[in-house]
Design a protein around this ligand. Structure first.
Ligand SMILES: Cc1ncc(COP(=O)(O)O)c(C=O)c1O
Length: 931
C-alpha cells in the first residue's frame, strides 16, 4: 500500500510544493487529508508518551503536519476554527496529553464521518461536552431529535478575515430545532478558494457569494493554478474576481447540483437579470434578513431531498387501507398469517407488503400516464441527469432501448449501429422494421473483445449513404457509451461530425453503465447529456459560427466524393443542426436503484413532433403492473446523486485508480495478473494526447483534462480489465475460482480476462480483499511451479501461450444475404433483418447443422451460403455475433468454435446452428423481386 506521506493529494490544496499535481493525487486528496490526520494522531500519541529528549523532534514534526493541514482545514467545516484553535493552544502549551486526545477525536470523526451526526466530535471541552457542543454546533443527535442530515454552506466573503468568525456565528444562531437539516458555514475570501472548497469539500451543498470577494487564493502556487486552470475561464480572471455570475457558472460546471445564492448591495435587479445569472438560485439585497437566506438555503436542500414518489409511498403504507383489487401480497395479510410462507414476510419485512398496490389511487400515480408524484419525480430526475425530460422504466435498459427504437424509427428507416451494441437494440430494430447498417468497432483481438466504434467509419457510412442518395433514410445512430469494458466515446465530437453530414440525425447513447459519470466533473463532458448541453451552448456562440464559416470557406458544401472529409474534423452548420439526443441508463447498474430500475433521458429539441409516438412505444413495452418499489428506488437514487453523487463518484474513481496501481505495481501479483491500462485498451490512433495511464508519472491534471477533452476515446478508470492469461486461467475459469475460493463476484469475462467493476458501493476493504486474494493466488501459482518441476512449468507455459497468444480473430459483421437487400450492389450494408427474423418462424424455412459438422466447412468452401436464422448472442457480453439474415463466414465459425462462455443465446449446441435454408432464401428473393 502507498504510505500516507506519499499521497501528496493534499498538496494540491496545500499549495506549497512547486511540483505539478498528478491525477491520482487529485482524486486521493480527500483520503490523503484523513491519512494526514491519522499520521498526526500517531505523532501526538508518540509525543504524549515520549521523554524530553525525543519530544522536541516529535513536536516539530507535529507542528509541520498541523501547518500542512491548516490550509486544507480552512476549506472544511469540521473540525472548524474553534477546534483548530484549541489544538494550536494545546500545542503551544505543550499539553501533549490533551493534544493527543483532541487529535484522536478529530481523526476518528473524520475517518468515520461521525461528525455529521455526533455532538461529541464537535466539543472542545472534554469536561463539559454537552454544554460546549451546544455552543459550537447543534449536531443532529444528542438532543433527543431524530437524525437530521448534515451539510456545509460555503460563504464566499467580501470582508476582512477578522470578520469571518462573526459571519459564521450569525448563521449558526439562525438554527432552529424544527429545521429539517443542519449545516455548518465554511468561509473563504476568494474566487479561487471557493473553487478549491467546491472540489475538495464533499459536504458543501450550497454557496453564498457575498459580492466584493477577491479573486486570487492566498495559497496561490503552480499546483493550485494547475487544478484551477481547466475550470476558471480567462474572463473571470480579467474581471478581477467580483464576479458572482462567473463564480456560479464555474462552480455549477464542477457540481451542477449546488445551490448558488448571491448577496449584493449594489444593483440587485441588474445582477438578477444578467446573462450569467441562470446558475444563480436567488439574489439577496445585502441588508436583508439573514434568516431569509437561511430559509432559502434549507428550502433549496429540501427541493433536492424530497422524493415525491417515495415520500408518498411511505405515507400510503402507513394508512389503514382495505384493498379489493388484484395483488394479494399487498398489505401482506395472506403472508404473515400463512402456515407455510410466513418466512417470506419475516425475510422481507412488513414495509415491502404495506407499500404494495396494484391500484393507482391513494396518490400513487400511474407510470403509464403520470400526472402526480411520478411526474414530479421524473422532472426532478431530468434536472439531476441534465435532460429536458426523463422517463422511468421498470424493466431495465433493455426495455428503455426498445422504447426509443420503436418511438423514433419507422419501417424502412436506416439505423447506423455499432454491431457490439446490447441485444435490446437489435431486437428493437426488428420490432420497428428498420434496417440496421452495422458498423464494426475496433477489435482488441489480444483480449478477445471489441473496443468501441470510431468516428471515421461512422462518417464513411454516412458519406456513402449520401453518395447513394439514401441519406434521408438514415434516421439514427446508436452507440454504447461507455462500453462494457470502459471505452468512453468523444460524444461531443461524434455528434458534431455526424451533424455536419446529416443535420437532423438522432443519437441514441446507451449509457447503461455510465449514468454515474454525470456526477464527475471529469467525465460529464463525455456523457450524452453533458455533450448535448455543450452543443447547445456552442451553437449559440458567435465564435463557433465563425469557426464553422471558416471551415465552410475551405471545404464548401459537403460533397460525399470529397476524400478530405473523412479525416477532417467536420463542423455542422449551427443554424441547421438539430440537437436530438436520447440516453438510456441502467440506474441500477451504477447508482442506488433496485434491479431493473432504468431511465430514458431526452434532450430533443424536436420532441414535440415525436411525443405521441414515444407515448405509444412506452405503452407497448411498459407493464401495466410496474413495480412500485423500483419506481421509488429511482426517485431515491436521484435524491442520492443530487446530494452526494459527487462524493461517491470521486471516491469510486479514486479507489479504482488505487486498485489498478496496487495490482500493476505489486512485485508478485504483477507477474501473473495485470490491470490493462488505457494505453493497452485504446489503440494509439485514438489517443492523440498519448495518455498512458492514470497514475503515470508526469500526467498532470491539466494534461489529463486535455486528454478527456480531445482524445477520441478515454478509458473509464472504474472498469478494470484484469488480465489473467499469464496466470494460466481463462476468464470463465478465473471467475469461478474467485467466486468459489475467495467470495468475489465478477460479471464479464473474455478468453484471458475478467472485468472488475468498481462502483459507489465499493470500499477500501473490498480493495484489500481483492488484492489479498490475487496475492494468495499468485503465491499458489509460484509454489505449484516451484514444486512441479519441468513438466509443470512446460504445461503452464503452453497454457499461457494458448491464452495470451493463440487468440482467435474477432469476426466482423459480414453482410446480409442478398435476399434481404434492396440493392445487393450497394456499398452500404443495411438489410431487412425483420424479414429474416420472421422467416425463421416457419420451421420449413430452417435447417440445423452442428457446429463441428464437416458440412459447415464444406458449405463455407463451396456454398450454398450459410445464413443465420437467429440472433446468436454469447452472454456476457450480450451482443450478437450473428443476426437473422447474416451470411455466416469462416471467421464467425472459427470464433464460435473457440468461444469460452457457457451461455450463448440463440444457439443450441445439441441441435446445431439454426440457418435459413437455400430454398427458402431463393423463394423469398423471388417474392422480393416481384414487389
Ligand atoms: C450496454 C448495455 N445496454 C443495455 C443493457 C441492458 O440493461 P438492463 O440490464 O438494465 O436491462 C446492458 C446490460 O448488460 C448493457 O450492457
Amino acid at each position: 500500500m502507498t504510505k500516507p506521506a506519499d499521497k501528496a493529494g493534499a498538496n494540491g490544496a496545500k499549495g506549497q510544493s512547486a511540483t505539478r499535481i498528478e491525477l491520482n493525487q487529485f482524486f486521493s486528496a480527500a483520503e490523503a487529508r484523513v491519512d494526514r490526520w491519522r499520521s498526526l494522531h500517531r505523532l501526538t500519541k508518540a509525543l504524549a508518551a515520549s521523554d524530553a529528549s525525543a519530544s522536541e523532534r516529535v513536536r516539530n514534526d507535529v507542528k509541520a503536519l498541523v501547518d500542512e493541514l491548516r490550509p486544507l482545514e480552512e476549506l472544511n467545516g469540521y473540525p472548524g476554527p474553534q477546534l483548530m484553535a484549541q489544538l494550536d493552544q494545546q500545542l503551544e502549551a505543550a499539553d501533549a496529553q490533551a493534544l493527543a486526545r483532541t487529535v484522536q477525536r478529530i481523526s476518528a470523526s473524520l475517518l468515520s464521518n461521525s461528525y455529521r451526526d455526533d455532538a461529541h466530535a464537535w466539543s472542545d471541552d472534554e469536561d463539559n461536552e454537552s454544554r460546549m457542543a451546544d455552543a459550537i454546533l447543534p449536531p443532529t443527535l444528542g438532543r433527543g431529535q431524530s437524525r437530521r442530515p448534515y451539510f456545509e454552506v460555503l460563504i464566499v466573503a467580501a470582508g476582512e478575515r477578522a470578520t469571518w468568525p462573526e459571519l459564521r456565528e450569525t448563521f449558526r444562531k439562525l438554527r432552529r430545532d424544527d429545521d429539517a437539516f443542519v449545516y455548518e458555514p465554511v468561509v473563504v475570501g476568494s474566487f479561487e478558494d471557493a473553487v478549491l472548497a467546491t472540489l475538495f469539500n464533499y459536504n458543501i451543498q450550497s454557496v453564498i457569494a457575498v459580492e466584493g470577494f477577491g479573486f486570487a487564493s492566498k495559497h496561490a502556487s503552480p499546483v493550485l493554478r494547475e487544478i484551477l486552470s481547466p475550470h476558471v475561464p480567462a474572463d473571470a480572471v480579467d474581471r478581477g474576481g467580483d464576479t458572482s455570475g462567473s463564480l456560479a457558472r464555474v462552480l455549477r460546471m464542477l457540481r451542477p447540483e449546488l445551490d448558488f445564492f448571491v448577496v449584493t448591495d449594489t444593483d440587485v435587479a441588474k445582477l438578477a437579470g444578467a446573462e450569467d445569472s441562470s446558475s444563480i438560485r436567488r439574489v439577496f439585497y445585502g441588508v436583508e434578513e439573514p434568516m431569509e437566506i437561511h430559509l432559502a438555503v434549507l428550502d433549496a436542500i429540501k427541493d433536492r431531498y424530497e422524493t415525491p414518489y417515495f415520500d408518498n409511498l411511505k405515507k400510503y403504507a402507513a394508512r389503514p387501507m382495505g384493498t379489493f383489487h388484484a395483488l394479494p401480497v399487498a398489505r401482506g395479510k395472506s403472508i404473515f398469517k400463512s402456515n407455510w410462507i410466513r418466512d417470506m414476510g419475516e425475510f422481507y419485512g412488513t414495509n415491502l407488503f404495506l407499500a404494495e398496490s396494484s391500484a393507482t389511487t391513494g396518490g400513487l400515480d400511474s407510470l403509464l400516464e403520470p400526472t402526480g408524484n411520478i411526474k414530479v419525480a421524473q422532472d426532478k430526475a431530468a434536472r439531476a441527469y441534465g435532460g429536458d425530460r426523463t422517463f422511468f422504466v421498470t424493466n431495465g435498459t433493455s426495455t428503455s432501448n426498445k422504447i426509443i427504437h420503436q418511438a423514433l424509427l419507422t419501417p424502412g428507416d436506416i439505423v447506423l449501429i455499432d454491431r457490439d451494441c446490447h441485444k435490446s437494440h437489435h431486437y428493437g430494430i426488428v420490432l420497428a422494421g428498420a434496417q440496421p447498417l452495422y458498423i464494426d468497432a475496433y477489435p482488441l483481438t489480444q483480449y478477445s473483445m471489441y473496443g468501441s466504434l470510431a468516428i471515421k467509419p461512422i462518417k464513411q457510412a454516412l458519406l456513402q449513404l449520401k453518395a447513394e442518395g439514401k441519406l434521408d433514410r438514415a434516421k439514427m445512430l446508436v452507440l454504447t457509451n461507455c462500453t462494457f469494458d470502459g471505452h468512453v466515446a468523444n460524444v461531443e465530437r461524434t455528434m458534431l461530425e455526424c451533424l455536419a453530414i446529416k443535420p437532423d440525425l438522432i443519437f441514441l447513447w446507451d449509457e447503461a453503465w455510465f449514468g454515474y459519470a454525470r456526477f464527475s466533473p471529469f467525465l460529464r463532458g463525455r456523457t450524452a447529456m453533458g455533450a448535448a448541453a455543450k452543443l447547445k451552448a456552442m451553437f449559440r456562440d458567435p465564435a463557433y459560427q465563425q469557426r464553422y464559416e471558416k471551415q465552410q470557406a475551405e471545404i464548401g458544401a459537403i460533397d460525399a466524393r470529397d476524400t478530405r472529409l473523412v479525416d477532417l474534423e467536420l463542423l455542422p452548420d449551427p443554424k441547421k443542426a438539430r440537437i436530438r439526443v436520447y440516453e438510456s441508463d441502467s440506474v441500477h447498474k451504477s447508482m442506488s436503484a433496485l434491479r431493473q430500475g432504468s431511465i430514458i433521458v431526452v434532450a430533443d429539441q424536436d420532441f414535440p413532433k415525436v411525443e405521441a409516438a414515444f407515448k405509444e412505444a412506452f405503452f407497448t413495452h411498459t407493464s401495466t403492473s410496474p413495480n412500485l418499489q423500483i419506481i421509488a428506488s429511482l426517485d431515491l437514487a436521484r435524491r442520492q446523486v443530487e446530494l452526494e453523487g459527487y462524493e461517491l463518484v470521486q471516491r469510486a474513481i479514486q479507489l479504482a485508480i488505487e486498485v489498478r496501481r496496487e495490482i500493476n505495481n505489486h512485485p508478485l501479483i504483477s507477474k501473473y495478473f495485470r490491470a490493462a491500462t488505457p494505453a493497452e485498451m485504446i489503440p494509439a490512433e485514438y489517443r492523440r494526447s498519448e495518455f498512458q495511464d492514470y497514475g503515470a508519472p508526469g500526467w498532470t491534471i491539466a494534461k489529463t483534462a486535455k486528454a478527456l477533452r480531445e482524445d477520441e476515446f478515454f478509458l473509464d478508470p472504474t472498469r478494470i480489465t484484469l488480465l489473467c492469461g499469464n496466470a494460466g486461467y481463462d476468464g470463465s475459469q478465473f471467475k469461478g475460482i474467485l467466486a468459489s475460493d475467495y467470495d468475489i463476484q465478477i460479471n464479464k469475462t473474455s478468453r484471458n480476462s475478467v472485468l472488475v467493476q468498481i462502483n459507489i458501493n465499493n470500499t477500501r476493504s473490498d480493495m484489500a480483499h481483492l488484492i489479498k486474494s490475487l496475492a494468495d493466488l499468485s503465491r499458489t501459482i509460484e509454489k505449484r511451479l516451484a514444486d512441479g518441476g519441468d513438466a509443470e512449468r512446460e504445461a503452464f507455459a503452453a497454457r499461457v501461450k494458448s491464452l495470451v497468444e493463440d487468440v482467435p480473430d474477432l469476426p466482423n459483421f459480414s453482410r446480409f444475404h442478398d435476399a434481404f437487400r434492396d440493392d445487393p450492389k450497394s456499398k452500404t450494408s443495411e438489410g431487412h433483418m425483420r424479414a429474416a427474423y420472421y422467416m425463421a418462424y416457419d420451421a420449413a424455412s430452417c435447417e440445423y447443422i452442428k457446429l463441428n459438422d464437416k458440412k459447415i466447412d464444406e458449405r463455407l468452401k463451396n456454398g450454398p451460403e450459410l445464413v443465420s436464422a437467429k440472433f446468436v448472442i454469447p452472454y456476457p457480453p450480450g451482443f450478437p455475433i450473428m443476426v437473422p439474415g447474416q451470411v455466416v463466414t469462416a471467421e464467425t465459425i472459427a470464433f464460435m468454435r473457440k468461444l469460452d462462455v457457457k451461455e450463448i443465446h440463440g444457439f443450441n449446441a445439441s441441435k446445431g446452428l439454426e440457418l435459413l435454408n437455400p430454398q427458402a432464401l431463393a423463394s423469398h428473393r423471388g417474392k422480393a423481386s416481384q414487389r
